[in-house]
Design a protein around this ligand. Structure first.
Ligand SMILES: [Mg+2]
Length: 376
């Protein structure tokens, strides 16, 4: 089998709000082959930049666009192709948005291998442990107690056993954070798990320690991304100071960066984003790495159902899986880009598609309607 095209297009809703919601736009990546099998992927990053990284013509042998790197290659040689993309983009890549773009392409290749052999991508990755996973409700933190109650009322009847409130009004001041967390615990009641995502906004490590101490009283299950991802010392100090689990890793890519995060004792819960970490090729290696550091993997996913479907396949392969992050944003791309869409059962579980590949298809009408670049 040979790759004949790496097509991509930017999808974007008409108005983008400056909130922490990555489901307002995306880059859709479709890898085509000479056998008519196609794989799909997306990236939670800057879509236009990702598209350029795919389409840019080669400047020289260590500075090539990723599309050109892959044309004519066998899409089943995923590990080799990951390294080829990494090496051929080394002048402008190695981290950040090039790794993000590689992640989206890698995602599509893992979809192809499942489709080629008629199995789920989880099986292709080495085999599965489960066919369903408990989901937690993931929403943005509103600014008032009343709005928190409304969110709980709206979503928590789904059988969800836990809710994460993140970004939004969090991180403005420690006092306000404690107030919001108390309100969230009151609204949720004593039994549901409560997770808090600071969205990288804290800068004062000692202040963070005192605040997380106060969170202990509200039985917060984990505190996510307290600091800027470069503040690894802050992470490690905070983690040592509290019984509340510290989570992070959604901004991190390549094994080099994950090893740094784990070896310095920054997190208890590792949250790779399959569309940013280096794709499933890196994510599957993280299973062994995280185990060596006694960290649990709860992947980040706050995009469309393309990322959610890849994440579900990944979760099916985790020996120890706690949760699926279920983005409850009402954005059009989040809700309608693929079919089928995923639903929560009465006990808060999501069924993992049995393939082939990711087991989903694109809703082409929605692609055409929200496409703002050529699909080439
Ligand atoms: Mg987060």
């Amino acid at each position: 089998m040979k790759i004949t095209a790496v097509r991509s297009c930017v999808l974007r809703q008409p108005t983008i709000e400056m909130i922490g919601d990555g489901s307002q736009d995306t880059i859709l990546i479709v890898v085509e082959t000479d056998e008519g099998i196609t794989g799909i992927g997306e990236v939670d990053s800057a879509p236009y930049v990702c598209k350029s990284i795919i389409d840019t013509p080669a400047s020289h042998m260590a500075c090539m666009g990723l599309g050109e790197v892959l044309i004519g290659e066998d899409p089943l040689d995923i590990e080799r192709l990951w390294r080829k993309m990494y090496d051929k983009s080394i002048y402008y890549g190695r981290r950040s948005v090039v790794i993000h773009t590689m992640s989206g392409i890698d995602m599509a290749l893992w979809d192809i291998i499942g489709k080629k052999y008629g199995v789920s991508t989880g099986k292709a990755l080495g085999g599965v442990y489960r066919d369903k996973i408990q989901a937690y409700c993931s929403v943005l933190m509103p600014g008032t107690e009343k709005e928190i109650y409304e969110l709980v009322e709206k979503h928590m009847h789904h059988g969800y056993q836990g809710m994460k409130l993140g970004w939004g009004a969090l991180g403005e001041s420690f006092e306000k954070d404690i107030k919001l967390v108390k309100a969230a615990r009151k609204a949720l009641g004593p039994d549901k798990k409560l997770m808090i995502d600071i969205g990288m906004r804290w800068t004062d490590v000692k202040g963070a320690m005192r605040t997380v101490k106060a969170f202990e009283e509200e039985d917060v299950y984990w505190v996510e991304e307290p600091f800027h991802p470069d503040n690894l010392d802050g992470y490690a100090r905070l983690n040592r100071s509290t019984d509340v689990r510290i989570s992070g890793g959604e901004e991190v890519g390549t094994l080099h960066e994950f090893r740094e995060l784990l070896s310095r004792g920054c997190v208890d819960i590792l949250q790779p984003d399959i569309s940013r970490c280096g794709g499933l090729t890196i994510a599957r290696k993280l299973i062994d790495l995280a185990e060596q550091y006694n960290a649990v993997i709860v992947p980040h996913a706050f995009k469309t159902n393309i990322l959610m479907s890849a994440t579900l396949q990944y979760i099916s392969t985790l020996p120890n899986a706690w949760y699926l992050e279920f983005c409850e944003q009402d954005t059009i791309l989040r809700q309608t880009l693929t079919s089928p869409i995923f639903t929560i059962d009465d006990h808060g579980f999501v069924a993992i598609p049995q393939g082939p590949g990711f087991g989903i298809g694109l809703n082409e009408d929605i692609v055409e309607k929200y496409r703002v670049t050529a699909n080439d």
